[in-house]
Write a protein that binds this ligand. Structure first.
Ligand SMILES: [Zn+2]
Length: 497
């Protein structure tokens, strides 16, 4: 009897498995990119002057707008020069839009819409660049501040981060004015002057956002740097252009964790010095990572990628809902993937006694946490205290930090517009939300806007993206025309009604 029952159960299970496989096989067939309904945007007819843009970008790179944490060390004449350059190259913007200088050198241009009762949009950019690391000047193929255009690339500091994006915004708006376009909604161009200086006390973007708030401005959308269009080609699996639109950015929090001890001469040491105890603390902190969770937008990213994969691979990707726990497990083992799904912990600095024969009275480590949206600075402290074994008496001190951003929605008009424009420019393009690891100026605009997107419409390989802030920063010339069309059309789509 029992044997029969077991047999029956096994048979039923087998049948279920077969049905599941069959459903999956069929589901995977139809698990393809969703077809768009309604009218398709065409970008081909959008008039842009790419040659003028490239000339301007070359000249903009020549101006050394290098920011510094210490404002006394900034060569402000370079920013004056940059402002004069903008005035000369974009006369229609300067004639049509009102310009306000905010703080030391940040700029706000305002193009008043015909219906001021509607929320406007803002196009962000930062004028500053990072310096060239001392001693590496001669490693560059073409000098960092020459803006050399060899036909394939424009070389120089800021070519990718982000004079390319800033000038594309200026060029597109200048062209729109030349075309006689009249926006219904107000358009702001907001150009910070010290984005590259992390935690600058006089942050330009923060001052701009405060200024807008003071003016009673509420924005429908903000677009800033953050994501780009990445060619992805995994043979036989996926061949696409992945446009990552940053819908959020991680926070960065630093805590000092210390252990105190008696100290004394190292000739008569206890079993464990303060550093010995601290070793346990490090082990506990590294051993108790934050829990990995797949945020909705990361899940959406995988679904979008999954839909583009070749058929056999889709047998797996169409069942992501089922495989989520396994995917999370694998991702935690790969640092770049792990950073997408959890708050990351990095013990970065350590200190013991000041001399080799002195027992430390205090031993401390600094831990840098990159927080996920939703995890607060306070949560991090609680997590540290919970992770370390009770017998180690620790002191936890908050040093400096910035909360993670909120997450912008993926069903807003602005996100949809970005998606449609990317797809219109390139059939192969896959647009998906993603999480920005570093900080951007747009973070400061949460007080005036809920729809903040971090995206530069330039195609750039990982190799090129890695040159940002490094030697041989350069921009592929071939990606410029579509970027100009993107911004021009984006402004139109967003301000027509
Ligand atoms: Zn930047």
């Amino acid at each position: 009897m029992l044997k029969e029952a077991i047999g029956l159960i096994l048979y039923a299970l087998l049948l279920l498995l077969l049905i599941f496989i069959l459903i999956t096989a069929v589901r995977a067939l139809f698990f393809t990119p969703k077809k768009k309904k309604g009218e398709k945007i065409e970008l081909t007819d959008e008039k842009v002057d790419t040659e003028r843009y490239l000339r301007n970008l070359s000249d903009a790179i020549k101006i050394k707008t290098i920011s510094n944490y210490d404002r006394d060390k900034v060569d402000w004449s370079q920013f004056d020069k940059f402002h004069a350059f903008l005035e000369e190259r974009y006369p229609l913007i300067h004639k049509t839009m009102t310009k306000t200088v905010i703080g030391d050198a940040s700029l706000v241009f305002k193009w008043e819409g015909t219906d001021p009762s509607l929320d406007g949009i803002a196009l962000l950019g930062h004028q500053d660049v990072v310096p060239v690391a001392e001693g590496t000047e001669n490693d560059w193929t073409h000098p960092a501040f020459e803006g050399f255009n060899d036909g394939e690339f424009i070389w120089g500091r800021g070519a990718m981060d982000m004079k390319n994006h800033l000038l594309a915004v200026m060029e597109s708006v200048e062209q729109l004015i030349a075309d006689g376009y009249v926006p219904k909604r107000t358009v702001y161009i907001c150009l910070g002057h010290n984005e590259e200086v992390v935690a600058a006390p006089d942050n330009g973007a923060k001052q701009i956002a405060a200024y807008l708030k003071e003016q009673g401005v509420h924005l429908e959308a903000v677009i800033d740097e953050g994501g780009a269009i990445l060619p992805v080609n995994v043979k036989g699996v996926l061949n696409t252009h992945l446009a990552g639109v940053g819908v959020a950015e991680k926070g960065s929090v630093n805590y000092e964790v210390s252990v105190s001890a008696k100290g004394g001469h190292s000739s008569q040491p206890p079993e464990h010095t303060a550093l010995g105890h601290l070793a346990n603390v490090i082990k506990d902190i590294e051993g108790h990572q934050f829990k990995a969770k797949m945020p909705k937008f990361v899940y959406e990213l995988f679904i979008e990628i999954g839909r583009r994969c070749s058929y056999p691979v889709r047998l797996i990707t169409c069942n992501l809902w089922l495989l989520k726990p396994l995917v999370l497990k694998i991702m935690t083992k790969i640092p770049p993937a792990a950073s997408l799904i959890r708050t990351c912990t990095a013990v970065t600095m350590a200190q013991g006694s000041p001399q080799f024969n002195v027992l430390p009275q205090k031993a401390s480590i600094t831990v840098n946490f990159r927080t996920m949206p939703g995890v607060t600075i306070e949560d991090v402290e609680k997590h540290i205290r919970k992770s370390v074994r009770k017998k180690e008496k620790i002191d936890v001190n908050f040093l400096v930090g910035k909360e993670a951003s909120v997450v912008s929605p993926t069903d807003s008009r602005a996100f949809r517009t970005i998606k449609e424009l990317c797809e219109a420019a390139d059939d192969k393009c896959l647009v998906a939300p993603f999480l920005v690891m570093g900080g951007t100026d747009s973070y400061n605009y949460e007080c005036v806007c809920e729809n903040i997107y971090r995206f530069s419409p330039f195609v750039a390989s990982t190799k090129l993206l890695l040159c940002t802030h490094a030697t041989d920063e350069r921009l592929p010339v071939s990606s410029c025309e579509n970027a100009l069309k993107f911004f021009k059309r984006y402004v139109k789509q967003m301000t027509e009604d």
